[in-house]
Design a protein around this ligand. Structure first.
Ligand code: AMP
Ligand code: MG
Length: 487
């Protein structure tokens, strides 16, 4: 266990120099206070969780103090936003403080979001509000606990600094952790500004630090791109299987590591709805729930375009062709497990599709359906779940297929079935209304609800005593909340 001043820095991105990022000091927030910290994320830095309670912790992560070895930098990147190219984006309100490595030899970027203006702030104020910082914190840690690759969050620090959005709010900072903060948009920036040398430097950096095994391949850059395709296919399969809607899949929000990145108006589905749009400024539904799958490929194509100086177009196309089959394989594998199946049959895809079609517009809670399905034997569970469906005849027909399929799957006790299914079907997910409750309490100075919710979501598959209220469908006010995109 380390004390706060014992972190070891090795700022490899900063060393790429001024073509890649700009030195900027954090602009501190007034009266900083700890809102919430993640013990699990603290462990990634070998930090003793107790240090989160010390005043210096809140000072470090609100911009008042800095380690001597930190090198705060604002990164430059660009990207496709809602299909159109934005030639210059960059860290407009976040700073890469540096890269820290732990006793296990893992490197973690420390990124302080909400740290003030940078050369990339454009019209923005460089700030993040408490509401959005709490949402990013909860989502990062909750996705990780579900087994969905994600950036992590160490803590949220609140303050008394006023920040204007639709109304006056309070500034906050969230400390994000990721092995890299490089986005698809980094490659696009150097490609479209025609800086081949820097682009090659960036590619070497990513290859050496994050895809060293690809060095062994005859075409290392191509191997790396393939790996990025694979990781994205797997990540998006997990989003779809668990009902996570990202909301702003612009290429500047896509990580080169295939981890969920940059949380805005995201949502987990309550009732199943394939066409759900969580971002209310997404009028066309470009980033609707079911569109996430083709958009994943669109984004990879945008990255592929930026890699044409290094890789032949034919090879890139071939690698892109891996995306859909890989996505489908991962998705089906997860959905089979969610249904309690241990073997594979050809018609399983249809079984899943039919179920989702029945759920559509039925008002069936997506998370609780699967959890309840494992509570009892297949026959008892479907009989109990039946009433939630609108098309009862349709559901009965599906239930017959499902029971027969379960029977063919193998012999196991209900206890085994339940254990196996509950291990992949969460009881608790980050429902928007739960986040909203925690935010409302935090905005009035009570952080206990954020902390409790974080705790519950850190063990989503385990039934926790006294936490029934977190495993409920949303109350009427909590359905279809409009989440502000301003953050
Ligand atoms: P986002 O929608 O959060 O992914 O942000 C898109 C771009 O806008 C990024 O370059 C951000 O750094 C920048 N940005 C978002 N909010 C602010 C803000 N309040 N101040 C400055 N820049 C911002
Ligand atoms: Mg972003």
């Amino acid at each position: 266990m380390k004390a706060l001043d014992e972190l070891t820095f090795d700022n490899r991105f900063a060393r790429l120099g001024d073509a890649f990022s700009t030195h900027v000091l954090p602009d501190p927030l007034d009266e900083p206070r700890l809102v919430v910290a993640s013990d699990a994320a603290m462990a990634l830095l070998d930090l003793d969780p107790a240090v989160a309670q010390t005043p210096v912790f809140a000072e470090l992560f609100s911009g008042h103090k800095l380690w001597e070895a930190a090198e705060p930098r604002a990164m430059v990147y660009s990207g496709h936003q809602f299909g159109g190219y934005s030639p210059q984006l960059g860290d407009g309100r976040g700073l890469l403080l540096g890269e820290v490595y732990n006793a296990a030899g893992e490197h973690w970027d420390l990124h302080l979001k909400g740290a003030g203006m940078t050369p990339y702030s454009r019209m923005g104020d460089g700030r993040a509000v408490l509401r959005s910082s709490i949402r990013e914190f909860l989502a990062s840690e909750a996705l990780h606990a579900l087994g969905i690759p994600s950036s992590r969050a160490l803590c949220v620090i609140g303050s008394s600094t006023p920040v204007w959005r639709e109304k006056q709010e309070r500034g906050a900072m969230v400390l994000r952790l990721a092995p890299s903060h490089i986005r698809f948009g980094h490659f696009e920036y150097f490609y479209y500004t025609k800086k081949p040398e820097q682009q090659a430097e960036l590619a070497e950096h990513v290859l050496n630090l994050h895809y060293p095994e690809c060095r062994e391949q005859p075409e290392p850059y191509l191997a790396m791109f393939r790996e990025i395709v694979e990781r994205n296919a797997e990540m998006i399969a997990k989003w779809q299987a668990y009902g996570f809607c990202h909301g702003v899949m612009n290429t500047d929000n896509m990580s080169i590591l295939g981890i969920t990145f940059d949380f805005g108006p995201f949502a987990f589905l309550d009732d199943f709805d394939a066409h759900f749009i969580c971002n209310h400024s997404d009028h066309e539904g470009r980033y609707s729930f079911s569109n996430q799958v083709p958009i994943g490929q669109w984004n990879l194509s945008a990255l592929a375009q930026a890699l044409t100086p290094f890789i032949s177009v034919d090879a890139l196309k071939e690698a892109l062709g891996l995306y859909l089959p890989l996505y489908q394989a991962h998705y089906l594998d997860l959905m089979r497990r969610r249904l309690g199946l241990t073997t594979a049959e050809e018609d399983d895809q249809k079984l899943v599709e039919r179920l989702l079609a029945l759920m559509q517009n039925s008002g069936v809670d997506y998370t609780l359906f699967f959890r309840r399905l494992g509570d009892e034997s297949a026959a008892l569970a479907v009989a109990r779940l039946r009433d939630d469906f609108v098309d009862l005849a349709g559901f009965d027909a599906w239930a017959e297929l499902y029971k027969a399929r379960v029977a063919r799957d193998g012999e196991y006790s209900q206890a085994q079935r339940r254990e196996r299914m509950h291990a992949v079907n969460p009881l608790y997910i980050l429902r928007n209304y739960l986040a909203q409750n925690a935010i409302a309490a935090a905005e009035s100075g009570d952080y206990s609800e954020v902390r409790r919710l974080h705790e519950v979501l850190s063990r989503p598959f385990e039934e926790q005593a006294g936490m029934e209220q977190y495993a409920q469908r949303p109350p009427d006010w909590g359905k279809h909340l409009e989440i502000s995109c301003s953050s």
